[in-house]
Write a protein that binds this ligand. Structure first.
Ligand code: GLU
Length: 302
């Protein structure tokens, strides 16, 4: 990424409008070398650019998030040599904010209840598998208000989805232009520069899950804005989500950050380390005597 220098900035009371990046782990397991690569990439960029470095704990999913993992992740990150501003933002403490975002999207008429089960979606899916599994074919998008009201009154479990075609149209009307986002570095196919925004190939996104949990996409855009994040540095597995995030930013009147989607850390067979059940965690590697420099070398940053 741009403007590299080498000195380390002070970490106290940053000036307003300063550059800022973050690492945002989900506390549902111990960190792997792939997480270390992501965190170190953001950290190195922050240091090279006199930027703020923040952490965020993405724990909206209360069934999978555990305090013990949050603690172990923070400990591993400190061991790697990272320093972050405190207090650390925890998504579970900001549910009322996300609700306001959802209310705004509802007012804009882009949210609808989806009663489909996973099986319904798999059976009806016409599109190839997307990054989130199968692509939702839009079954509940055209239900009448009466049918929706009846099914909700009957107590049928439902998620809330965003009609992304409509959302994109409204966002483009609000902007008076086609939407784009800035990829500073490396998309999965080497994309860089101003890229067109089209979230429609991924289908209508879940904004609130059936269990009432606000989904990642809404929380992440609201948090990045709340934390003043100017540069989002994360894995290429989230490149597909960025058009959707850009639409949400416009609909919610949030500032536009720049994106850098970094390569994913794979083993010699090409499989992602973080996805392998038998892959070693940072704790395992530490227990075997690895140093933070060994981890840097392992992920190609040494
Ligand atoms: N919490 C997400 C993860 O652990 C990262 C989200 C992001 O960087 O935007 O994959």
């Amino acid at each position: 990424m741009s403007t590299q220098t080498t000195s380390t900035p002070p970490r106290s009371t940053p000036p307003a409008n300063t550059l800022a990046t973050r690492f945002a782990p989900s506390p549902n397991g111990h960190l792997h070398p792939g997480h270390a690569f992501s965190a170190l990439t953001a950290w190195d960029w922050a240091n090279a650019n006199h930027a703020r470095f923040l952490l965020r704990i993405e724990d909206t999913d209360r069934t999978r998030s555990r305090l013990e993992f949050e603690q172990s992740q923070l400990e591993d990150l400190a061991w790697l040599g990272l320093e972050w501003e405190t207090p650390v933002r925890r998504q579970s403490e900001h549910m009322a904010d996300y609700q306001k975002g959802l209310d705004r999207l509802t007012q804009l008429g882009v949210i609808y209840p989806c009663f489909c089960t996973r099986k319904d979606i798999t059976e009806a899916a016409i599109a190839p598998h997307g990054a989130d599994g199968v692509i939702y074919p839009g079954t509940c998008r055209h239900l009448s208000q009466d049918v929706r009201a009846t099914r909700i009154a009957e107590g049928t479990a439902h998620a809330l989805r965003m009609d992304v075609t409509r959302a994109l149209a409204i966002a483009e009307r609000l902007k008076g232009n086609r939407l784009t986002f800035t990829e500073d570095g490396s998309g999965p196919q080497g994309e860089t520069g101003r890229l067109p925004v089209d979230p429609t190939p991924m289908g209508d996104a879940v904004i609130t899950r059936k269990d009432g949990v606000i989904a990642y996409h809404l929380a992440v855009v609201m948090d990045d804005a709340a934390q003043g994040i100017t540069h989002i540095i994360r894995g290429q597995d989230l490149f597909f989500a960025t058009p959707l995030h850009r639409v949400l930013q416009v609909l919610l009147d949030l500032p536009e950050p720049a994106y850098h989607h970094h390569r994913l850390i794979t083993d010699d067979t090409g499989e992602r380390m973080a996805k392998r059940r038998d892959s070693k965690t940072l704790r395992d590697l530490r227990a075997e005597g690895a140093t933070p420099d060994d981890i840097r070398r392992l992920v190609g940053l040494g």
